[in-house]
Design a protein around this ligand. Structure first.
Ligand code: FES
Ligand code: FES
Length: 215
């Protein structure tokens, strides 16, 4: 590409761009990670709809069977939306980078890490947090078993384990110890309560098979 062409992007020359940064345009400029870019130039450089990359938008999420309307930025994670906007603080933020499983929620019944998803990407999906498991106020067999088997110490990892175990038992009602370990492999416990957690999941599976299921 010639230097002349390089200097011109979609009809905007470098000169136009710099002129756009003049005092008259500063007021409408948008602060980005790369610097100060006038809104009009940015829209032209990035194409139609680019102006929507920044700012906030109203979205609706289906959480625990309830439609929730909230205002988010495009970068807002599902975890931030759940905890900071909807105040459902049962879902824990520990590593915030997809490594510990503390933020596990169910999305369309599959265990997913809320810190690794954008809120705008889960519109139209059924999201369940730990608060949504015991809708009628009665603990589920998994929750009961965690209490009975004393499967927690500080408890920070517990909601994530409960959600992952709930998803596992839905798929596999009679898992072996190895299958339980594999099913919960994405969840870490700094207190080292793994043996009790595995015992609790075994006990929950037995309860559910006997029909002591949550109603
Ligand atoms: S907080 Fe999401 S994986 Fe650790
Ligand atoms: S009980 Fe403390 S991190 Fe698991």
């Amino acid at each position: 590409m010639s230097e002349k062409k390089n200097n011109k992007v979609k009809g905007i020359t470098r000169r136009d761009f710099l002129k756009g940064l003049g005092s008259g345009a500063i007021g409408s400029a948008i602060l980005t990670g790369g610097g100060l870019i006038p809104a009009e130039s940015k829209a032209e450089l990035l194409g139609p709809g680019a102006e929507k990359i920044h700012g906030t938008q109203k979205i609706e999420l289906l959480i625990n069977g309830k439609k929730e309307r909230l205002t988010v930025e495009p970068r807002t994670t599902l975890l931030t939306a759940i905890r900071d906007k909807l105040h459902l603080t049962g879902t824990k933020e520990v590593c915030d980078r997809g490594q510990c499983g503390a933020c596990t929620v169910l999305i369309d019944e599959k265990p997913m890490l809320a810190c690794m998803m954008l809120a705008v990407d889960v519109r139209g999906k059924a999201i369940t947090t730990v608060e949504g498991l015991s809708g009628s106020g009665k603990l589920t067999p998994v929750q009961e078993a965690f209490v009975e088997k004393d499967a927690l110490m500080c408890g920070f990892c517990t909601p994530g384990f409960v959600m992952a175990a709930t998803a596992l038992l839905k798929k596999n009602p009679d898992p072996s110890l190895e299958e339980i370990k594999q099913g919960l492999a994405g969840n870490l416990c700094r207190c080292g309560t793994y043996p009790k957690v595995f015992e609790a999941v075994k006990a929950a599976a037995a309860k559910m098979r006997k029909g002591v299921a949550h109603e």
